[in-house]
Design a binder for this molecule. Structure first.
Ligand SMILES: [Zn+2]
Length: 383
């Protein structure tokens, strides 16, 4: 086998991850749509305008890996029949994991989730339960899983962030699928892998060459709280991590050689800096960097919660890492000299993992993105 070589451009020296701040006009319009006060066409027009503006903004500040800011997330409207539209209106949609499982045949929308079906050791579940978690919804596997329509292709403009394949499996533990549908995790993930493989092929055919997968769950395996919780319930967390790594590699199997795949890990990105987990990458570094077949990693590094750079020594020479040192959680701009000392650059996560986004206004977001580019130029001369 040929020696793998480091792929760059993408990732670019100055990067950002997925979501950008949604303009208030767009949020307002989505509310109107959700309450039946405007048509899909009206909503789509406002989305289109907002995406044009956010693409311009990224170009102006010098970002090369353009995204649509995830402005269409929650709104895969062209695929909906009117009945589906009503059910889409009725259910609370999720900004940062919608796309795959809500479009997969065999998954059922459940609202509210019976609390016992949510595993307390998962850090964001624990955080939400503390913050009054009533009425939450989810998707549960009820029959064989099959991709019968595209997940993200209709949204694809430049590049899109895909959700992680193990999301519902980790959250729901033994409730993730009925045992008469799948005998074990391997069977369950084999069908999920087929769905992801088909999606990647379709995205490739649509011109997509750069994928970001948003996966805070892998970072949860760095958190003592989850490890302790799993041990208390007799769950073999090391084996589970291996299962997820195997699932990733199955999902990515057969992808075209010139399709770049990056994996983003963080510890939660809510308003006011609310986060779910902490712990450096040390515990999972060897498996994360050496066993998952992705090309690069977008790692949160904006607070001590992410630990040190030490684990990066396990990164193989053919893989790139993008260090998320610039915080999107707060508007205060970091000092360039300080950032240069530490090698950089990208925000630590998106600006709007949930609909209204973090407490960073559009002006501050533009400044942040421009800062990413300025910092990259200060280090490498050009990006
Ligand atoms: Zn993130």
């Amino acid at each position: 086998m040929a020696t793998p070589t480091l792929k760059l451009n993408p990732p670019f020296r100055a990067e950002h991850i997925g979501s950008l701040k949604r303009p208030s006009k767009l949020l307002q319009k989505r509310k109107e749509f959700d309450s039946g006060k405007c048509s899909i066409e009206e909503l789509r027009q406002v989305e289109d305008e907002a995406i044009r503006a956010i693409v311009d903004l990224q170009r102006q500040v010098g970002i090369k890996g353009i995204t649509d800011g995830e402005f269409r997330r929650c709104a895969q409207l062209p695929l909906f029949t009117s009945a589906q539209l009503d059910s889409a209106r009725a259910r609370k949609r999720h900004m940062f994991y919608d796309g795959v499982f809500d479009n997969l045949e065999g998954m059922k929308h459940v609202k509210p989730v019976p609390p016992e079906m949510l595993m307390d050791y998962v850090p964001d579940v624990a955080a939400f339960k503390e913050h009054d978690f009533k009425g939450a919804d989810t998707h549960i596997c009820v029959s064989k899983l099959k991709r019968t329509k595209p997940f993200y292709v209709p949204q694809f403009e430049a590049l899109k962030a895909l959700t992680k394949p193990e999301w519902f499996h980790l959250r729901h533990g033994e409730y993730a699928y009925p045992k008469d549908v799948y005998k074990n995790d391997d069977e369950y993930f084999a069908d999920i892998a087929l769905a992801y493989q088909a999606e990647l092929q379709d995205l490739y055919a649509a011109g997509c060459r750069n994928i970001q997968i948003d996966d805070p769950l892998l970072a949860y395996f760095c958190a003592d709280s989850m490890i302790r919780g799993m041990e208390a319930r007799g769950i073999d967390h090391a084996a589970l991590l291996d299962t997820y790594i195997k699932a990733y590699n199955a999902c990515l199997k057969g992808r075209p050689a010139d399709m770049n795949v990056g994996l983003h890990l963080c510890r939660g990105n809510f308003r006011n800096g609310l986060y779910f987990s902490e712990g450096g990458y040390d515990r999972i570094a060897i498996k994360l960097f050496r066993e998952i077949n992705v090309d690069c990693y977008y790692l949160e590094y904006d607070t001590p919660r992410a630990g040190t750079f030490e684990p990066l020594k396990h990164l193989p020479p053919h893989k790139a890492v993008v260090l998320g040192l610039i915080s999107t959680k707060f508007p205060r701009l970091e000092d360039v000299d300080d950032l240069v000392q530490r090698i950089c650059v990208s925000p630590q996560c998106g600006f709007a993992s949930h609909s209204e986004g973090n407490l960073v206004d559009e002006h501050a977001m533009r400044e942040k993105l421009a800062l990413v580019v300025r910092t990259a130029k200060a280090i490498w001369g050009d990006i």
